[in-house]
Write a protein that binds this ligand. Structure first.
Ligand SMILES: [Zn+2]
Length: 412
């Protein structure tokens, strides 16, 4: 399939041109890169454009609640060992953004595409992927637990009969349930720290048993599949039992899990684990996340936490006390306007750290921290919070729009 540079039909060409023009107008009007608007215009003119743009590419789709942007980057780096790659690196992960990214594919052989969880089935239908990586499913700040279950249902329906190789996390019961409708699954033991969304069986609603790292339903027999790839400490175990060292510049266990899944995907495209893992070392920050910036003479590491599972992962990245921590929470559109999710996060994990609280919803956060019994001070803004922090590298954790605010203020 790849390598045939079949020319785009005239209508698709026109749509791409119109999309690029719309993007240019949007850029000139100062509305960011314009790529999503361009994609939207192009899809209006030719609804089949995404399928046409993908037809000359070997595509892998990446979806999850957490870690999809990073994993997309890791897979893209790994596949560059085999040929040119096009990717929606900036994380515009709905159909318009994906269309815009693929319209600039040039001579790419591989398409590595991050997809919003809600659009996975539709995009998979359009682009006929060779592989789909499914990392985890947990509640989002916008969707409470019941909707997570419905999302798994939609994945399951959308993936049944798919010809793609599904590379799926064997440790997440919802992901397993979604993936097991598909005939061709590669299971990866990538771990799961956040378990609150998987105590009831997705197949029958029974109570899930979780002895050690295993899990199964006592009612219907739905259980953890035997993985062929695994994360083991600082190594990836491949299906032949060989252990390959993970060297990442990105921090934390969650990123080692992302690297493991990425190695399994790369293998499906013929890139050996050693090559794939070596290439992943080059990834430092992903869309500003994990970036260490200098501001007011202090070093600040920027960490994004969009939902309860994300906050839990982020806490595990922070070195023990006394590292100072700034927490920032907003509740604008993309964050969800309801901050009740704060009560799903175990903030007592931050006990002992000097904590400064900022953001639109700093008072909601203050109430939560008070109840968790951790010390903190409320600050007016990032500049004041940085001044209040005792010496040491500052860890700044923020939810979605708060993270963007923070980057604007302290970024370069
Ligand atoms: Zn069951």
């Amino acid at each position: 399939m790849a390598g045939n540079t079949e020319p785009l039909p005239p209508r698709a060409k026109l749509a791409v041109t119109a999309g690029k023009a719309a993007a240019a107008v949007s850029r000139a009007a100062g509305r960011g890169s314009g790529s999503v608007i361009g994609g939207r215009v192009a899809l209006k003119l030719d609804p089949d454009l995404l399928a046409k743009l993908a037809q000359n590419l070997d595509v892998v789709l990446v979806s999850a609640t957490n870690g999809k942007t990073t994993t997309t980057r890791l897979i893209a780096e790994a596949l560059r060992a085999a040929g040119p790659v096009v990717s929606n690196a900036l994380g515009a992960n709905m159909p318009a953004g994906i269309t815009a990214a693929l319209a600039g594919s040039g001579d790419a052989r591989y398409g590595v595409i991050e997809v919003d969880e809600k659009y996975l089935a539709a995009v998979a239908r359009d682009v006929t992927p060779k592989a789909i990586a499914l990392l985890n499913l947990s509640r989002d700040q916008l969707d409470r637990a019941a909707e997570t279950r419905m999302l798994a249902e939609r994945w399951r329906e959308g993936l049944s009969g798919s010809k793609a190789v599904i590379v799926a996390n064997a440790d997440d019961p919802l992901v397993v349930w979604a993936a097991s409708s598909s005939p061709n699954v590669v299971w990866v033991a990538a771990g799961q720290e956040w378990k609150d969304d998987a105590w009831s069986c997705p197949a029958c609603g029974g109570v899930m048993q979780r002895p050690g790292d295993d899990w199964f339903c006592g009612e219907c027999g739905f259980r953890r599949p035997t993985p062929s790839w695994a994360l083991s400490g600082d190594h990836v175990l491949d299906p032949h039992g060989s252990a390959w060292p993970i060297h990442l510049q990105l921090p934390g266990r969650a990123n080692k899990a992302n690297a493991t899944t990425s190695a399994a995907v790369a293998a499906a495209f013929g890139v050996p684990p050693q090559t794939a893992l070596e290439r992943m070392y080059s990834v430092t920050a992903v869309a500003g996340r994990y970036d260490v910036v200098s501001f007011q003479g202090r070093e600040i590491r920027l960490l994004l936490a969009k939902n309860p599972a994300g906050w839990l992962e982020t806490f595990s990245l922070i070195d023990g006390p006394p590292a100072p921590v700034i927490l920032s929470v907003n509740a604008r559109g993309a964050d969800g306007t309801d901050t009740s999710w704060l009560w799903d996060v175990d903030y007592s994990r931050l006990a002992g750290h000097p904590i400064c609280v900022i953001g639109d919803r700093k008072l909601d956060l203050a109430v939560r921290l008070e109840v968790a019994g951790v010390d903190f001070q409320v600050c007016e803004n990032a500049a004041e919070a940085v001044r209040q922090c005792p010496p040491g590298r500052i860890e700044a954790i923020a939810n979605y729009t708060a993270f963007q605010d923070l980057r604007r203020i302290v970024g370069n």
